[in-house]
Ligand binder design. Sequence first.
Ligand code: SF4
Length: 203
Amino acid sequence: MRQYLVKEMFGPTLQGEGAHAGRPCVFLRFAACNLACTWCDTDFAPEGAQRYSADEIVAKLVELDRQRARMVVVTGGEPTLQWDAPLADALHAAGFRIHMESNGTRTLAAPVDWLTVSPKPRFHPPSIALVELAVSEVKVVIDDSVDEHTLDGYTRRYRSEHYFAQPCMDDHYPHHLARTLALVQARPAWRLSLQLHKILGVP
Ligand code: SF4
């Protein structure tokens, strides 16, 4: 039976970002990523991760989902590295709506109900590129490498109703927030996304 390397499963909590910010959910975080963004704030290292079958993952998420919100945010690391049809089917059979957050460099081995792509091409090694995907929302982390041309390029690349600009929460957060506000105010297609879970201290 296939085993998945899982960094953590937790909840109940709230989705903190994007169009579904504020919705109750549980989280499934896979270990491992194919990028190494310098400002990455997520621990996805294999150390401390555990292997679970699809049935074990579903059982744990059902146990965590005490409010029966039945929404799971599947993230990482890069979740597409391990995502497959048996796990998608098992989660759907348990009634979960599947929201995935990907860096957009890999196609999905099985469909999800909501796909957030957060492209970070400046961190791509030569062997990795963005791929064609049908996305539900685009979320771009704003640091000094991102400008109006970057955002306009993403609106041309991805057809979506939801484009989010999210200030990078590094040591220069006030600077990134000011730039994000200026970028969004000049681009009606784009909206501000804040990391609500960090602001509220929700795990
Ligand atoms: S793609 Fe996401 S999880 Fe992977 S290194 Fe970059 S920010 Fe971290």
